[in-house]
Ligand binder design. Structure first.
Ligand SMILES: [Fe+2]
Length: 285
């Protein structure tokens, strides 16, 4: 095995673990106001689903102990955010945004970092001088569901590089590589120059990878851009945009693909890159 492969594998494992520290720093760990009745209801229903599974499939003591050992290891690996964001968040997002009229969104995932550099439009994301990958121009408008252009809307974008790695989660990348907040102009237009990200596997070196291997699943996500679109008086839209033709669109390990989120980029006139237009519509707050 070459040293390059060893380094990429180490980086992916670190990405899973780093998400736990990030989550603790995020402020999202604050206790939520939930009644004892609701806690009891939710806990009982989850446990009932577990009992049903045990009875239906006659789960053995050996399998029960394997589960115990695995759950302990998920915590020790720092992979609870990874596990929950990959296998549970898509349903939470579906319920949370089910009544929206504006653009579809999808899961945030574990690799968002707040306070990225702010750029005027047209903007180029921070990247290395020799950043590998096909140049990509993403542009469009941000409007409300009533059609109002949202001047000054924030289009925040973060994505993996051409090796499928995220800055601040994989070592060796500049702090804000391929992360930035583009401020839309007075007409609500935005324009972002970046590179097309690569598909990547979620970290396979820890407990989540062990589950994938044991179950005979795969770890791939289709290539995607992560976005958060925000404007005063509008609901925050958290989204991902995918690319037509990606072989993992129909079998995303995180179940986060929706047909409305698939881009169809065209080659640029000079043939060196690709460009695509995507318009965001935000619901009222
Ligand atoms: Fe991602």
């Amino acid at each position: 095995m070459s040293s390059e492969i060893i380094e990429v594998e180490a980086s992916a494992a670190a990405s899973g673990n780093a998400a736990t520290a990030r989550f603790r720093e995020s402020g999202k760990t604050t206790a939520v106001e939930t009644s004892t009745e609701r806690v009891s209801l939710l806990a009982n229903e989850v446990l009932s689903a577990v009992y049903d599974t045990v009875r239906r499939h006659e789960v053995t003591y050996a399998e029960f102990n394997a589960l115990k050992a695995w759950l302990i290891q998920v915590g020790e690996d720092g992979e609870w955010p990874l596990f929950l964001d990959v296998w549970v968040e898509h349903v939470i997002e579906e319920v949370a945004t089910g009544n929206r009229e504006g653009s579809k969104g999808t899961i945030e995932g574990p690799y968002f970092v707040p306070d990225a550099p702010t750029l005027a439009t047209p903007g180029t994301l921070p990247m290395r001088d020799d950043e590998p990958g096909t140049p990509l121009l993403l542009r469009g408008s941000v409007t409300g569901t009533d059609g109002t252009p949202l001047a000054g809307a924030h289009v925040e974008i973060w994505h993996a590089d051409d090796d499928g790695l995220y800055s601040q989660f994989a070592p060796g990348l500049p702090e804000w590589n391929l992360r930035g907040i583009i401020v839309a102009d007075e007409h609500g237009h935005y324009e972002i120059n970046t590179i097309q990200p690569a598909p990547y596997q979620i970290p396979t070196g820890g407990s989540c990878g062990n589950l994938i291997t044991a179950a005979g699943w795969h770890a791939w996500r289709p290539a995607h851009l992560h976005l958060k679109i925000s404007a005063p008086g509008r609901q925050l839209l958290t989204a991902q945009l995918y690319f037509e033709g990606d072989s993992h669109l129909s079998n995303d390990v995180a179940s986060a693909v929706k047909p409305e989120l698939v881009l169809k980029p065209l080659p640029t006139a000079d043939g060196t890159g690709r460009h695509v237009t995507y318009n965001f519509v935000l619901d009222p707050a």
